[in-house]
Design a protein around this ligand. Sequence first.
Ligand SMILES: Cc1ncc(COP(=O)(O)O)c(C=O)c1O
Length: 439
Amino acid sequence: MPAKTSPVKPDYPRIVSVPPGPKARKVIALDREWTSPSYIKEYPLVAAGGKGAMVEDVDGNRYIDWMAGIAVSATGYNHPKVVKAIHEAVDKFLHICGTDFYYESMARLCEKLAKTAPGRDKHRVFLTNSGTEAVEGAVKLARYHTKRPHLIAFEGAFHGRSYAAVTLTCSKVKYKAGFGPMLPEVSHLPYDNPYRGGDPMAAAHRLFESKVSPKDVAAVFMEPIQGEGGYIMPRPEFVKAWRRICDEHGILLVFDEIQSGAGRSGKMWACEHFGVEPDVLLTAKGLGSGLPIGAIVAKEKVMTWGQGTHGTTFGGNPVCCAAALATLDLVQDGLADNAARMGARLIAGLRQLQEKHPSIGDVRGTGLMIGVEFVKDRKTKEPAGELVGKLEQLAFRKGLLLLSCGKSVIRVAPPLVLNEHDVDAGLAVLDECLAELGG
Ligand SMILES: Cc1ncc(COP(=O)(O)O)c(C=O)c1O
């Protein structure tokens, strides 16, 4: 398939007014007056629009986007096919409620997602408004189906912020501090980190020996590539070991592919890189190219909850379904392949930068889900969090949008329409920033 690359004239990055410019400052002042103080706001980007992998701000500055609004804008900004599908859906009707009634786009999307699920089993699909809601529903489904209480998740995991999801989350303590009590019956175990080493399975054996019977465990929630925790790609043996444990004890293996799925890893689902099939797969983020939609994709034999046990007013609304159908078509029709190609180019370029800049300790990942870990010293591997903070800010002022994760990692998660210019020009900005910061 030919690459569906960014259709934009490569005249960016282009900084015409040091950001935040005058128009941006006005929006920021208004926002600061009225919005919840819990929002983060990484840097003062005030978006006005975009095309392909280029974002333009309200003052006319143009940026290369290497973060896609936290791995969401899968088809880039304003992809004509996605925009057309959304317009057509809007012109028909906005809502009827898929929990209680029928419409074609919902049935078609569920069919499409079920058919992309790895393995031969028949799958069924429940549509949600967000990733968190998919996690929340999967927790309920796992307990309902297995009639077991306990859940296992991993250190460094991010699964969302509602109560079940935030209980499974284990990336930063601020997500939990002051919000307790959390859900009972949840254990966290080490995730595999090839860069930092260690035996992640020893703690699992200890848990089952002394604390929790595997026969009481309903599900293991795993990100096949860890996102917020640091863009960490585990060794296949780790993922396979958990599949074996789940099979042995009748535990459901739930893959949270909310960040890693829908083509981002260079394949439809990241778990395909490991040859491991989950019982339940969760997706959201890039699925709707920016419209809010997620899904629980479960084996039919697992999705045993009865009529009315779980539902939603808005989940899978027709406009979001149209966006998701168009997105999945584009992913299957070349964007996953483009992610693999551009990802390889990015990794090669980042490894060249690693030779030049000692602060880059590790470059890892697959497709357009790449982690660049910064350290103070390559031997001690002490995280260089402060440098990453400065790098994000400086790169923004030079026209490259970055986003951090973990303790000191830049997560490279651009739109899947990224092209050679977006890779090479972004690498040049990164190089310049690191030289300036003495990294
Ligand atoms: C792996 C993973 N799971 C769940 C979520 C929560 O999704 P949402 O923010 O759409 O609720 C996220 C969001 O970053 C995520 O990366």
